[in-house]
Write a protein that binds this ligand. Structure first.
Ligand code: MN
Length: 203
């Protein structure tokens, strides 16, 4: 059963003015589609052909770079589309906010740490909010299409929020102004979706 490119749950222009429709269309229909196709091609006829994406990522050091890059790209973009949406922004509440206060020094400090992780990731990669194995929140960043589910990750855990800082994610609208794109991202975060991932990871 090959992996499928998921449909976006909202229109390409639903995140405007923060993320423009043309960027969303190319990002989903071209970039994410390519990662999905390349992942399927890389695992076709191998022992990983019917494995879950989580299982593949957890063993990626044994499988090879095409699967690391494209399996990561497939998973990371699935998550990225899910944790954004129209009517996004604001702040979470309840247990996830308590965890941000306990483990990350509070809401403002968390935003500062996450922004710094996204800004200082050199070249292409991602900034993350993850739930670690000991059920703590942590902010991390990874190069390229790596993520914290991979056996090669420096800090391991379940991603619940991710920001794509590849230039393809922002260049049409923001050119070289990555910090402006990072600021805008806070307006499109779907905290309901992030909270659902937090609750699932804490079980
Ligand atoms: Mn991307």
């Amino acid at each position: 059963m090959a992996f499928q490119l998921p449909a976006l749950a909202y229109a390409f222009d639903a995140l405007e003015p923060h993320i423009d429709a043309r960027t969303m269309e190319i990002h989903h229909d071209k970039h994410h589609a390519a990662y999905t196709n390349n992942l399927n091609n890389a695992i076709a006829g191998t022992e990983w052909e019917n494995a879950s994406i989580e299982d593949i990522l957890a063993n990626v050091s044994k499988i090879g770079m095409p699967v690391r890059n494209n399996g990561g790209g497939f998973y990371n973009h699935n998550l990225f589309w899910e944790i954004m949406g129209p009517n996004g922004g604001g702040a979470p509440s309840g247990d996830i906010l308590s965890a941000i206060e306990t483990h990350l020094g509070g809401w403002e400090k968390f935003k500062e740490t996450f922004n710094a992780a996204a800004t200082t990731r050199f070249g292409s990669g991602w900034a993350w909010l993850i739930v670690t194995g000991d059920k703590k929140l942590a902010v991390t960043s990874t190069p390229n299409q790596d993520n914290s589910l991979m056996d090669i990750a420096e800090v391991k855990g379940t991603p619940i929020l991710g920001l794509d800082v590849w230039e393809h994610a922002y260049y049409l609208n923001y050119q070289n102004r990555r910090p402006d794109y990072i600021s805008a991202f806070w307006n499109v975060i779907n905290w309901q979706a992030v909270t659902a991932k937090f609750n699932a990871a804490m079980k």
